[in-house]
Design a protein around this ligand. Structure first.
Ligand SMILES: Nc1ncnc2c1ncn2[C@@H]1O[C@H](COP(=O)(O)OP(=O)(O)OP(=O)(O)O)[C@@H](O)[C@H]1O
Ligand SMILES: [Mg+2]
Length: 333
């Protein structure tokens, strides 16, 4: 199931080609999936039960949670689907919705039940399922948590008319922004008083311990204890810095810059965009507070007028953009 030679470190190296930063999350997730698929193989060989470690990803919107899971499923060559917890919470027929998710997983696996049963299901916006005091249980996020924890644990789910998908070996990854979790974490005691020296390494270890989200924090946030208990592995995603946003636009193989250079190349034109432009776009994106999500829109806004003009002028061989605030330079042969 895991290709020979696949190790947590090789998974991380693959992820690095597509996902910028988030090094901690990459490591945690790679180790988790590696262990997961090793356990499946071992459990199958020895006919033993599998103790599953589903994963919780916590981090702001647009920082790469979905992208990381998608990329992960590609390197593992397993079927992958995403679902949205909010839509689960809005339906009266949660079990139908869950069935539909597994149906999609089955479709992704080419109708092969065996393959689907080794897939990954990513459930986003899990933080929207928090229990609100006074809400009738049947319609609350809490009842969805109960429904989910049953399938996360492992259960046969009827899909279509005659087929069953067993969720025992399916890896569930839940994601959410968990706005306000920092405040909850700050209220509970941190490890601080042990630090007597101003030793740098010491401080790093303490920072690490203190930045860990504890099950009790999630409980306080509004997830039920049984649910948090099914998510023993927690990885946090960091807010993207300006430098990371620049790298997102310019480094990955399929990054925005490369995509548009290719479009211009097909017109016989060489496009060069100065680093400063990407920094200016990143500054705007940071103001929009949507992580990397607004980068494409901003870049397209800049490029569209040029793409409009270039085909009318076959003499243009080169377009150079130095700044968001100056006109692009058209170079003719
Ligand atoms: N760390 C990253 N590296 C490369 N690209 C990124 C990164 N983070 C975000 N992106 C870009 O932004 C888009 C949105 O990211 P993604 O869907 O992964 O966000 P998310 O964390 O799942 O957000 P949400 O919580 O809103 O679902 C991606 O398709 C990708 O183009
Ligand atoms: Mg997402």
């Amino acid at each position: 199931m895991l290709d020979d030679g696949i190790k947590p470190s090789s998974i991380v190296r693959y992820l690095d080609q597509y996902v910028i930063g988030q090094d901690d999350a990459k490591k945690i997730l790679s180790v988790a999936v590696y262990a997961h698929y090793r356990k499946i193989a071992k459990a199958r060989a020895e006919q033993t039960e599998l103790a599953k470690s589903n994963v919780l990803l916590i981090g702001p919107s647009g920082t790469g949670k979905t992208l990381l899971c998608e990329t992960l499923s590609r390197v593992l060559k397993v079927p992958f689907v995403t679902a949205d917890a909010t839509s689960l919470a809005q339906t009266r027929y949660v079990s139908d919705e869950i069935e539909a998710i597994l149906q999609r997983l089955l479709d992704k696996g080419g109708g092969d039940v065996e393959r689907a049963q080794r897939g990954i299901v990513f459930i986003d916006e899990i933080d929207k399922l928090k229990a609100r005091p006074g809400e009738p249980r049947a319609v609350s996020g809490e009842s969805v948590q109960h429904a989910l924890l049953k399938i996360m644990e492992g259960a046969p789910v009827k899909v279509g008319n005659a087929q069953f998908v067993d969720t025992t070996n399916i890896l569930f990854i839940c994601g959410g922004a968990f706005v306000g979790i920092e405040d909850i974490m700050a209220q509970t005691h941190g490890y601080g008083f042990i630090a007597t020296s101003d030793d740098d390494d010491n401080q790093k270890i303490l920072d690490r311990l203190n930045s860990r989200v504890k099950p009790t924090d999630l409980f306080e946030f509004g997830l039920i204890p049984e649910f948090t208990g099914r998510l023993p592995v927690i990885a946090r995603f960091q807010e993207l810095s300006r430098d990371m946003l620049v790298r997102i636009m310019t480094e990955p193989r399929n990054c925005i810059y490369n995509q548009f250079r290719e479009i211009f190349r097909n017109e016989g034109v060489e496009l060069t965009v100065e680093r400063r432009v990407f920094q200016q776009i990143s500054d705007l994106a940071i103001e929009y507070k949507t992580g990397a999500r607004s980068l494409r829109g901003l870049f397209e806004e800049l490029i569209t007028p040029i793409l409009y003009a270039v085909p009318d002028d076959p003499g243009v061989k080169k377009v150079e953009i130095d700044s968001l605030f100056t006109e692009p330079r058209y170079v003719r042969a």
